[in-house]
Design a protein around this ligand. Structure first.
Ligand code: C2E
Ligand code: MG
Ligand code: MG
Ligand code: MG
Length: 292
């Protein structure tokens, strides 16, 4: 478009667009090497049961230790990766790492812990995805621990016919499936009675607005009742304050995850937190206070 405008060239818009295209190009290119150069890392965020006062598992969340940009969160690069050609290899990389961690935890004597990993809806473009995941899973000693696949609920519902049979295969092999970000988009309620999943993760906003808005509160509580009836486990994401945790506890929510209990952190930090809770025989918040 600079040609079209001749020598005087670029509007602000052109420059901005060129910069964005450049960024996309750069991320797409650099991500190719990120996996092989060991620049990617999975952080662990604790998932807890308030009722049983224990850490029940960890969600693995992707971080990119970029050589010049420093530590990057998925928000800074995942959309680009998602629409490019590295998203499927990334999925398999995440799975290998998740299984290695599961195996390590089992060999170190950890019991009854869930390792949850995130997968793009695009992973199901691979018709053999379920089979590949299952055969990898079968090579690993999981002991009494669990593997859990998280897929965004909106993706799962949009392309439900394609993903449903693969999700059911995965569940039949003993891997759990959780639908992520529930309440963020539109869910057709007719789907709910027969979902190919074990767990529903209530989105941060959805859970959070329940404290301040009476109408959201009513919906959240009704959804909890409905999920109970349909026998899906619930986990509420994004619990940031004691007030929020207490509200959820009072209203019959058990499993939660959020900054109040712990941010996504390194494996060493996450396992130390787990040990601390175990030694105290209680659930601690991020500052080490016992949650009563
Ligand atoms: P998600 O799976 O819904 O993960 C939860 C996000 O909320 C994480 O952001 C987490 O750090 C953040 N979070 C957790 N607790 C709190 C809280 O109390 N308050 C607030 N404000 N935020 C909280 P993160 O790590 O930046 O990841 C963003 C998204 O990127 C994830 O959302 C997931 O959809 C995607 N993602 C992360 N790792 C992977 C991966 O390995 N593969 C794929 N395909 N996607 C991933
Ligand atoms: Mg998730
Ligand atoms: Mg989520
Ligand atoms: Mg999300």
């Amino acid at each position: 478009s600079s040609k079209r405008k001749g020598r005087n060239c670029c509007t602000h818009f052109d420059i901005e667009l060129a910069r964005q295209n450049d960024m996309v190009f750069t991320i797409e290119n650099q991500f190719q090497n990120a996996m092989s150069n060991n620049e990617l890392e999975l952080y662990l965020q604790p998932q807890v049961s308030m009722q049983h006062q224990r850490v029940t598992g960890f969600e693995l969340l992707l971080r990119w230790n970029h050589p010049t940009q420093g530590l990057m969160n998925p928000g800074q690069f995942l959309d680009t990766v998602e629409s490019g050609r590295h998203i499927l290899p990334l999925g398999y990389w995440v799975i290998d790492k998740s299984l290695a961690l599961l195996e390590e935890l089992t060999s170190k004597g950890y019991e009854e812990l869930t390792i949850a990993f995130n997968i793009s809806g695009r992973q199901f473009e691979d018709k053999h995805f379920a089979q590949k995941l299952i055969s990898k899973f079968k090579t690993v000693n999981v002991g009494s621990n669990y593997l859990e696949l998280e897929i965004t609920e909106s993706v799962a519902v949009q392309s439900y016919q394609q993903v449903k049979s693969q999700l059911n295969e995965i569940r039949a092999a003993g891997i759990r499936v959780a639908f992520d970000d529930f309440g963020k988009g539109f869910t057709s309620l007719s789907y709910l009675s027969n979902l190919a999943c074990d767990k529903i993760k209530f989105d941060r906003e959805f859970g959070h607005n329940a404290i301040t808005s009476v109408s959201t509160q009513n919906i959240v509580l009704s959804m909890r009742t409905l999920m109970d009836t349909l026998d899906y486990e619930i986990l509420v994401e994004g619990v940031e304050t004691l007030e929020h945790a207490n509200w959820l506890k009072k209203n019959g929510f058990d499993k939660v995850q959020g900054y109040f209990f712990g941010r996504p952190q390194t494996k060493q930090e996450a396992l130390a937190f787990y040990q601390q809770c175990n030694e105290k025989g209680a659930l601690l918040d991020k500052d080490g206070n016992v949650l009563h």
